[in-house]
Write a protein that binds this ligand. Sequence first.
Ligand SMILES: *[C@@H]1O[C@H](CO)[C@@H](O)[C@H](O)[C@H]1NC(C)=O
Ligand SMILES: *[C@@H]1O[C@H](CO)[C@@H](O)[C@H](O)[C@H]1NC(C)=O
Ligand SMILES: *[C@@H]1O[C@H](CO)[C@@H](O)[C@H](O)[C@H]1NC(C)=O
Ligand SMILES: *[C@@H]1O[C@H](CO)[C@@H](O)[C@H](O)[C@H]1NC(C)=O
Ligand SMILES: *[C@@H]1O[C@H](CO)[C@@H](O)[C@H](O)[C@H]1NC(C)=O
Ligand SMILES: *[C@@H]1O[C@H](CO)[C@@H](O)[C@H](O)[C@H]1NC(C)=O
Length: 454
Amino acid sequence: MKASHLGYSAVSALLLGGSSVNAIQVDFTSTQSIIQACSEITYGMMKYYTGNNTGDTPGNLPSPYYWWEAGGMFGSLIDYWYYTGDESYIPVTTQGLLSQVGPDNDYMPPNQTKTEGNDDQAFWGFAVMSAAEYKFPDPPAGQPQWLALAQAVFNTQAGRWDPQTCGGGLRWQIFTFNNGFNYKNSISNGCFFQLAARLAAYTGNQTYAQWAEKTWDWVNGVGLITPQYVVWDGTDDTQNCTSFNHIQWTYNAAVYLLGAAVMWNITSDQVWKDRTNGIINGLDVFFTTTPANVMYEVACEPQGTCDVDQQSFKAYVSRWMAATIKVAPWTESMLQPKLQASSEAAAQQCSGPNNACGLQWTKGSTYDGLTGVGQQMAAMEVIGARLIDRVGGPVTNKTGGTSVGDPSAGSGQNNNPSNPLATKPVTTGEKAGAGFLTALILIGILGGAWWMVA
Ligand SMILES: *[C@@H]1O[C@H](CO)[C@@H](O)[C@H](O)[C@H]1NC(C)=O
Ligand SMILES: *[C@@H]1O[C@H](CO)[C@@H](O)[C@H](O)[C@H]1NC(C)=O
Ligand SMILES: *[C@@H]1O[C@H](CO)[C@@H](O)[C@H](O)[C@H]1NC(C)=O
Ligand SMILES: *[C@@H]1O[C@H](CO)[C@@H](O)[C@H](O)[C@H]1NC(C)=O
Ligand SMILES: *[C@@H]1O[C@H](CO)[C@@H](O)[C@H](O)[C@H]1NC(C)=O
Ligand SMILES: *[C@@H]1O[C@H](CO)[C@@H](O)[C@H](O)[C@H]1NC(C)=O
């Protein structure tokens, strides 16, 4: 992910104000109509995917999409199949997910080291974890299997836990030569937390649950999640994590939601119930009051500055809210009004050419002109979430899961500190880059808007 927490690389908004075209038609009382809408939106999303073309790289999206977003997209294709039962994209999804595993079967392809942070790797890990949980067709024998791939992502990240500064936590970046190596952030730690919780649920292995606990405790102890369940973006380890970038992104909060709900599911512990409820209350900042309950990216949507990464965040929030209902059923009454209002608003915003979906669900059917993979993904996820009550919950090893695991997967060379990639000295240019990043974070802190103030 490219400095996605900064929010400065604004995408120029093509303001097609007033151009209210026909929005996608959805009858939300009809399962068939919801499925049809998801199908149309997913078709629109796949128009961006070139990995299928002769000579192109399977599993990747073309520029300006970073590698991680393809992982997010394949996760959405699994959700699409899960919600609708439409098998059309199974082959392209399987091919894409298996093409990017890299030589060590851990989603560390050497040709992505310049863009890959812990969070990026984790979005591929989430896709294969969902594949195991929803019984997406297993790859042929001899190919890497969904569960083992998720375990490999977990194991590589557990090996990166870093107690040298701030008492622990994961850094944003994996490699010292990438900007943001000094940044310990909520999304990287939140992804690791959620993946650990889901692996604990699927396998029953308590080691994963212990890692989830430990990560939660660190994130809260250091103050990335406040006692009021505000989730800040990240903190600088050169200051031992005592100052924060106070920007709030939807997916930073929501990644903890599903993790906490899964921890409640496997422990029945009131502590996790309280945390889940707390996070749900904390999500309120991302939903408008007029119109009520419509999801928006508060840090960039109103200003029109959401970058390509940020344009996809609402997809993961919708996905994790729906999945939370499955593992923590008591959350349904709190989450459904938000999913319902947001899905209806999103459908109206699918009012561009060929029903392309815009970014801002708060704009009704007035198309905002901001289309892309993230917008299609987000609209599909939130509309598909309306089918959550008609699909089964995630399976586990004991309740019908068939994905074959490997608890020691991911012990490859990429995670070994003796790997020259991980210890490559930082050049002057890269240092300047890192300093620039720190400066931007500082500007972010000083130039905070009302919602950034603690
Ligand atoms: C990918 O290619 C296959 C044929 O090789 C085609 O049937 C399929 O529709 C393509 N899928 C997408 C998503 O472009
Ligand atoms: C990069 O690595 C992946 C995974 O190892 C591989 O499939 C792909 O062909 C490589 N090249 C490019 C240009 O992505
Ligand atoms: C750094 O932060 C950690 C966690 O908050 C704390 O335990 C440790 O004592 C701090 N170290 C220094 C040198 O302040
Ligand atoms: C449980 O997970 C840990 C951490 O990955 C692993 O070392 C251990 O072998 C696993 N135990 C079993 C019984 O699979
Ligand atoms: C835990 O999640 C599973 C999968 O959705 C569900 O069947 C089960 O009822 C949940 N447990 C509780 C106590 O709600
Ligand atoms: C489920 O777990 C058991 C015990 O760890 C193991 O023997 C079995 O192979 C697992 N099933 C699958 C499908 O991996």
